[in-house]
Design a protein around this ligand. Structure first.
Ligand SMILES: [Zn+2]
Length: 430
């Protein structure tokens, strides 16, 4: 038993096909089996209807999903003041169960807005993993580390990373991946970064880090180390990890960009968070011209303030046009690529997700185009998704062939119970 999407519009994101095709898509088990026309209906659940569009699910390459709990807490502050005076103090009050509830809230929001894969960094990641296991979303998790200088605490953080790998890496046919997550250069000593690099290489996993998020960070690191953040990471060998996902990367000079390209570092671009924290803006047009791989992320919900990838895409494309005084910068199709195929490359899973293609995992979303903002429907559907779509138009989110949201209803999350739990937590900690 599988699913047959019949005679609908498909944006496959497969470069070997036209941008939009009208046809059928057949899923069996967790995989896409066939894309074509007039596929036989046989023993499958058939989904057909006027004005439906199916495309790959969105890939959120950088977030802190449990921070959904802190949405609206500490707005309108710059990064260091926000972290030091608001976020870090309240995070010390979070219990393991709070992290789990926050993850469920964030996953609910992501499934309702078409995200099928996310990369997370936080504490108590086994609780985020529990939420991923239960809800069916694809999640990559990294144990965020901040060097304390307390030998026992720092060793415990490394031990937790090893346990996460033992318990969850490649769970459910690689639905979960584990990465190391040193928070940033300025929160980790050289030795602590090296200790995490040793684990990453020995266990053959990726590494996820914030780099060059603010001008101040760049200037401080140049002052302390005599090198830019990218040069410093390269100097200590961190960019030789099996793969590196680097969030932000706003202040890269030409030499930094060359290193990033040469080392194959994937960038997670988070335009809304960078705007909201007043951090600045990466010149993505330049990075793409260099051949650097750039995916899109929302960052946490308390610096965005949502986890909506369509909104992130619309900001990303408009900002690049304005920043470069060039209406051709980051066009509609390239924006969709950032949220799908390029995101899959950043997360090192482009051989199984990011496109609708035979043999790929069935991670996909369906839009109901029967809304005023899609008409005239005959024109350019890629542009409609990049510039006009709203996440509330998404009526199905499927991961590995399982529908996790159908007609705006979550199939694996009791959302009313989650709302109640969130309110109880906020009553306690804030
Ligand atoms: Zn972040």
């Amino acid at each position: 038993m599988g699913y047959l999407f019949k005679n609908i519009s498909l944006i496959t994101m497969d470069p070997s096909r036209p941008e939009v095709v009208k046809g059928d898509l057949l899923i069996e088990g967790s995989k896409i089996i066939s894309i074509g026309s007039n596929l036989p209906k046989s023993a499958h659940k058939v989904i057909e209807g006027r004005n439906l569009l199916v495309m790959p699910g969105f890939i959120n390459t950088h977030t802190h999903v449990s921070m959904s709990l802190l949405r609206g807490y500490g707005d309108d502050l710059e990064l260091f003041e926000w972290l030091n005076n608001r976020i870090w103090p309240v995070e010390t009050k979070l219990t393991k169960n709070d992290v789990y509830v926050g993850a469920k809230l964030g996953i609910a929001e992501m499934l309702l807005s078409g995200t099928t894969t996310f990369l997370d960094m936080y504490q108590d990641m086994e609780m985020v993993a529990k939420a991923i296991v239960e809800t069916g979303i694809r999640g990559h998790i990294s144990r965020g580390t901040i060097y304390t200088g307390n030998e026992k605490m720092d060793k415990a953080a490394l031990d937790q990373l090893e346990s996460l790998i033992d318990d969850f890496h490649n769970y459910d046919d690689e639905r979960i991946k584990v990465l190391a997550g040193p928070h940033a250069i300025y929160t980790n000593s050289k030795e602590f970064l090296e200790a995490q690099l040793e684990i990453v290489k020995r266990r053959n996993i990726g590494l996820h880090i914030h780099v060059s998020e603010t001008k101040k960070e760049n200037e401080d690191i140049i002052k302390t180390h005599g090198m830019t953040p990218v040069e410093y990471l390269n100097d200590i060998g961190l960019l030789d990890a099996p793969y590196v996902v680097s969030a932000h990367m706003i202040y890269l000079n030409e030499g930094d960009q060359d290193i990033v390209k040469e080392k194959g570092v994937g960038i997670a671009h988070n335009p809304k968070s960078n705007l909201k924290l007043g951090s600045g803006m990466a010149n993505v047009q330049k990075y793409l011209k260099k051949g650097i791989t750039v995916g899109l992320g929302t960052d946490g919900a308390s610096s965005n303030n949502n986890l909506d990838m369509l909104s992130e895409m619309q900001y990303a494309t408009m900002i690049q046009k304005g920043l470069n005084l060039d209406a051709t910068a980051l066009n509609a199709y390239d924006t969709l690529k950032m949220a799908t195929t390029e995101g899959a490359k950043v997360l090192n899973i482009s051989d199984r997700v990011g496109m609708l293609k035979e043999g790929y995992d069935a991670d996909l979303i369906m839009f109901d185009l029967n809304q005023p903002h899609y008409y005239p429907i005959e024109n350019n559907l890629v542009s409609k998704i990049a510039y006009s779509a709203k996440s509330s138009d998404i009526i199905m989110t499927m991961v590995k062939g399982k529908p996790l949201m159908v007609n705006r209803e979550l199939k694996t999350i009791d959302i009313e119970k989650t709302y109640k739990e969130v309110s109880e937590i906020i009553g306690r900690i804030c």
